[in-house]
Design a protein around this ligand. Structure first.
Ligand code: MLT
Length: 386
């Protein structure tokens, strides 16, 4: 028979695929599951975006290959969106590339920047695709622990010199998945200087930038020098409940954008133009739905946090994202299994995001309020019993 490549053999099973498999197994056994697992919005895509999509699919000119960096109209809309929201100027022709979801771009970027043996600086706990993309490109991830005592920011000054010599990429993601941490301006300004000095590309993942409960998160690209060293991945998934549509973009430094565009033109044929057309409506149409979404997540998060406090946990209300990063006693895998088996509750074990995630569970609030309340009721029951 055949053997899969060494490259593939190096990959661990994809975290959420594993959890999904377990969950489906229990559902097939008749268990009523409360799913705090993957961060996948349960609410529908706003009506105005769906209406635009309906119009889009009826346009025959959108049925052909959507080759290139994205439609000029969508790239112009993205550039206007950045100007309006973050006071960032972007040249739509050179500084924006449309993606089949930001996950796709993040996974392919290391192919454009790494030679075998080059290093990516990867936060852990973190979104698994940063190190998976690195391994697939035959690079080596160097993990930077995110610890509560540092506000879940990496200590970039502590990275050893021999690692820095080979480092080509620094991944950062704030508001952060899975810890829900925010970053301040000063840290990012230092990170930009650090990347400039060490000739490292700063890759900023801003997928959760619009999900906040109070103050708006800092925009990386709006900081001085950001575009000299970096790019920012952005997604419509979380802001407009569009995870299934697969649409995002990357913007910033034109050299890095062109490199990724070259990879992509060789392996995919772009994002369906009707989806890009609907994407224009998402970012240029009414933003009322986004305000409502923030209010819904804030209310859900309050319910979860209050419930967890009542169950005896110490937890602060996160400033944003739809994740709650809960410190627990003991093993995260054992606790997650206990929750699943005893209470039908899916929570993601922190260690799945990296070794520093051990001792934590991640709860995603992408499920209706009544389910959150029921989940808390079940958790209180078993945790008291325990
Ligand atoms: C998560 O649960 O971490 C996210 O939904 C994964 C993703 O954005 O691909």
């Amino acid at each position: 028979m055949f053997e899969v490549s060494k490259r593939l053999q190096k990959l661990p099973p994809y975290l959420f695929a594993e959890i999904d498999r377990k969950k489906k197994e229990l559902i097939s056994e008749g268990v009523n599951i409360i799913d705090f697992g993957i961060g996948d919005p349960d609410l529908p895509t706003p009506e105005n975006i769906i209406d635009a999509m309906k119009k889009g699919v009826e346009n025959p000119s959108f049925h052909r290959y959507p080759i290139g960096k994205g439609t000029p109209a969508f790239r112009k809309a993205i550039s206007d969106f950045y100007k309006k929201n973050y006071e960032v100027k972007l040249n739509p022709d050179e500084e924006i590339l449309v993606l089949i979801g930001s996950k796709e771009g993040i996974a392919h970027l290391p192919w454009a920047l790494l030679n075998p043996g080059d290093i990516s600086l990867v936060p852990e706990p973190g979104y698994p695709v940063y190190h998976i993309g690195t391994i697939l490109a035959e690079g080596t991830p160097f993990f930077m622990p995110l610890k509560a005592e540092n506000g879940f920011l990496p200590d970039i000054e502590k990275i050893p010199g021999d690692i820095l010599e080979k480092a080509r990429i620094l991944f950062l993601n704030y508001p952060n998945n899975p810890t829900a941490a925010f970053v301040d301006r000063d840290f990012l300004i230092e990170a930009i200087k650090f990347c400039k000095k060490n000739e490292i590309v700063l890759v900023y993942d801003a997928a959760y930038s619009e999900i906040y409960f109070g103050e708006k998160p800092v925009s990386f690209l709006s900081l001085p020098g950001a575009k000299d060293v970096g790019i920012e991945f952005h997604s419509l998934s979380k802001t407009y409940n569009m995870t299934g549509w697969r649409i995002g973009w990357v913007c910033g430094n034109n050299k890095i954008i062109s490199a990724l565009a070259k990879i992509k033109e060789n392996i995919d044929s772009g994002t369906f133009e009707a989806i890009q057309f609907a994407g224009i409506e998402a970012i240029t149409g009414s933003q009322e739905s986004v305000k409502e979404l923030r209010a819904i997540y804030k209310k859900r998060m309050n319910i979860l946090v209050d419930g967890l406090k009542e169950a005896g946990f110490e937890i602060d209300m996160p400033k944003g994202t739809f994740y709650c990063w809960l410190k627990i006693q003991g093993s995260s895998i054992e606790t997650a299994s206990y929750l699943l088996e005893e209470a039908g509750i899916v929570a993601t074990p922190g260690i799945g995001f990296g070794p520093s995630g051990e001792g934590y569970l991640r709860f995603s609030i992408t499920l209706p309020e009544d389910k959150i309340i029921e989940g808390i009721r079940r958790m209180k029951e078993i945790w008291v019993k325990k």
